[in-house]
Design a binder for this molecule. Sequence first.
Ligand SMILES: [Zn+2]
Length: 161
Amino acid sequence: MTVRDTPAAPVFTDEVKRQFMEEALAESRRALPGCQPNPPVGCVIVRGTTVVASGFTGEPGAPHAEAAALRALGPDAHPHELAMFVTLEPCAFVGRTPSCAWALVHSGIRTVFVGTLDPDTRNNGAGIAIMRNAGITVTVGIDEERVLDFIAPYLGHPPRA
Ligand SMILES: [Zn+2]
């Protein structure tokens, strides 16, 4: 790559963004019941219009959705061409597993779409900040109403009316 080359950041229409978030949401349904007490999260990694990897929250201590998808993806020579769609804000904190926000930073993926923010006080925007500070373009609120319909009961705050 020369300095004249600009990495081709993925561009999506609103409709395509919703479609990929629906696929992430479908993944997240597979996380139950094993993931509890962690919230059921799903994600897909896409190149162009193709899903190249996906993941959902495993049992406590097992990889979160994002880490599972990155593991399924394996090393990728062109991570800047990829985008991740994930239903919940990637975690900022190190709990039983490493931080997913940092895993995304290290993956080289530079485009991330998030369904909704994680109200967990350890996260609550901190995961978004880690990624943005590292130069990742993060968009929050994709298909948020449908994502919340499913995940809100597991986030420790009442579902929106
Ligand atoms: Zn995580």
